[in-house]
Design a protein around this ligand. Structure first.
Ligand SMILES: Cc1cc2nc3c(=O)[nH]c(=O)nc-3n(C[C@H](O)[C@H](O)[C@H](O)COP(=O)(O)O)c2cc1C
Length: 544
């Protein structure tokens, strides 16, 4: 066996040498921007800066509708850049454009264009070549660009959570596409087509979204649905980008009741109807898409006075239970650092299990879309919010709301909203990072992170290892005690480890940094050769 392997290796060296002698260069594709690692055949294309869109969030939500037919006109790189940043980019303060409470961002966006398919790299806001050739025939509909959204189960094992992220990402794609007079549609059918790209086995195709210029231009007029018992939806001043950058995630709220306008805006964003009438399809669209054309969620809300059911058709609420049930809601969630009882408007989407469980992952998507809309609208109202997906006592939660008999209703998330808690609070100190600054690639190294919070609050750490890997927010640790973590750098190079700390009120420190160097070792030289070999074995199938 060993003989065969070394024979194959010698063969490949000879073939590479032959290619070199004929062409004078390695048979690699033109490289725009070589990433600093051993995989020197990688091509990374930086995207231009996103365009600033002059449309307030509420109008973007109201223009959201699905478009399935497109003209042949191309989408510009600037438009693509804008949409990808909103979909999954990195915000001004190092967060992501969508919110995942555990930082387990498990979505990969494949950008399918006529020349090739790329992966979106949020950290660099760039496109990484994945596969040359035109794969635009994958999925439904004909368009100049398609987004293939897959769930990476190595990053997040729970598909419900992975789909919630995808629901959030797709909302932002819809909002910015429609605001740019482009069009898109979430498609959950034919997604297995993405396997044709040769995606790895830990990735599951979930959604494909075509993107292009609508073949019929948008035609809306302002016409809110009649019969509401809540204040009419108003436009605030933030656009989508502002709302993403101003998202305020908190664990605790000031017990100041929200105004009727604020409550109305928030519950509308979760599942309401647009205030615009679509003259092309003769209908009002909802604030999110829904699979198979039905909307199987019921939205409940609670404040200090009672529990309410939302009636999207008339943008109204009806009282289900009188009195303050927030403490009971809090107790039904189980152990969490989030003090839900202090939130002054708690929105709870329930999925109706009488609807076919065949489409469960799609309802998980819609749950994420609902949560995302509320987080965005909360930001637009300068309110803070959070999300809890793990509900320990579902029956207890139904009982807290006064809907015990409706066992067909399954709560998928709880979204507390309110005015941020305002006690004097200073951010934790910049984490001190200590550990080896030199080492060998391929070897694990231990590092210590320590931040002191001036208020003595417990702190949590978030670490970027400099090679694209990260450790999501840790459990809270006592201030000033060391937090240990370790990492292996696969590729040789110089890296900067970055860590920030947050206290229990989610107030974050600045980044702490440590520069390290991982020179190459013999093992890696072999691995460089093996990678080269792996690549060219496809070029010379006889070697397989
Ligand atoms: C999870 C999910 C899967 C969907 N799958 C498809 C699909 O395969 N094909 C399609 O044409 N539309 C699909 N849709 C779009 C819905 O049909 C559309 O959202 C619904 O009819 C409401 O129309 P609107 O989005 O224009 O308001 C899907 C939507 C969701 C949320």
């Amino acid at each position: 066996m060993r003989k065969i392997k070394s024979g194959v290796l010698i063969c490949s060296i000879l073939i590479l040498a032959a290619v070199l002698s004929v062409t004078g260069e390695l048979p690699i594709i033109k490289t725009k921007n070589v990433i600093e690692n051993f995989n020197f055949i990688t091509e990374e294309y930086p995207l231009p800066p996103p365009i600033s869109i002059d449309m307030v969030l509420e109008e973007s939500i109201c223009r959201r509708m699905s478009v399935r037919y497109f003209t042949g006109e191309a989408v510009t790189d600037e438009e693509l850049s804008t949409i990808l940043w909103a979909a999954y980019g990195v915000t001004e303060d190092g967060n992501r454009s969508i919110f995942n409470p555990d930082g387990t961002y498990s979505t990969i966006i494949y950008v399918i264009r006529s020349d090739a398919t790329y992966k979106y790299v949020p950290e660099d806001h760039s496109l990484l070549l994945f596969k040359s050739g035109n794969y635009l025939h994958l999925g439904q509909y004909t368009s100049p660009i398609k987004f293939g959204l897959v769930w990476d189960m190595d990053v997040e094992s729970d598909e419900m959570r992975g789909m919630a992220d995808i629901g959030m990402i797709c909302q932002n794609i819809y909002f910015d596409a429609n605001a740019l007079d482009l069009g898109t549609v979430t498609t959950g059918g034919n997604v297995q087509d993405l396997y044709e790209l040769g995606i790895p086995s830990n990735e599951k195709p979930e959604i494909i979204m075509p993107l292009g210029h609508p073949s019929s231009p948008y035609d809306f007029n302002y016409d809110p649905r009649p019969g509401s018992n809540l204040p009419a939806i108003i436009n605030n001043t933030y656009n989508l980008k502002d709302s993403i950058n101003n998202r305020l995630i908190r664990d605790k709220w000031d017990n100041i009741p929200l105004s009727a306008v604020e409550q109305s805006q928030l519950i509308w964003s979760s599942y309401g109807y647009s205030y615009l009438f679509d003259n092309i399809n003769n209908k009002w669209h909802r604030t999110l898409p829904s699979a198979i054309g039905i909307y199987p969620f019921k939205i409940y809300a609670a404040d200090q006075d009672g529990v309410y059911e939302y009636i999207p058709g008339t943008h109204s609420i009806s009282t289900i239970t009188q009195g303050d049930r927030r403490e009971e809601i809090n107790n039904s969630i189980g152990s969490t650092d989030i003090w839900i009882a202090s939130a002054t408007w708690i929105i709870i989407p329930f999925y109706n299990t009488d609807v076919s469980p065949q489409y469960l992952t799609w309802w998980y998507y819609e749950n994420g879309a609902i949560v995302h809309n509320v987080l965005l609208e909360a930001a637009a109202l300068n309110l803070s919010a959070n999300v809890i997906y793990d509900i320990s006592d579902e029956a207890g939660l139904r009982s807290a709301l006064g809907i015990s008999s409706q066992t067909n209703l399954l709560p998928l998330s709880v979204v507390p909203v309110g005015n941020p808690f305002t006690i004097p609070n200073t951010p934790p100190g910049i984490p001190n990072i200590s550990g080896p600054i030199n080492g060998k690639a391929g070897t694990p190294y231990d590092y210590t992170f320590m931040s002191i919070d001036p208020d003595g609050d417990n702190v949590s750490y978030y670490i970027r290892w400099g090679d694209g890997n990260l450790t999501p927010w840790s459990d809270f640790q006592p201030s000033g005690t060391p937090y240990f973590d370790n990492h292996i750098w696969i590729e040789e190079g110089n890296y900067i480890i970055k860590a920030k700390a947050k206290d229990i009120y989610c107030v974050e420190s600045d980044w702490g940094r440590l520069s390290i160097s991982m020179p190459k070792n013999k093992m890696l030289q072999n691995s460089l050769f093996l990678r080269l070999f792996e690549r060219f074995i496809h070029t010379f199938p006889l070697l397989k």
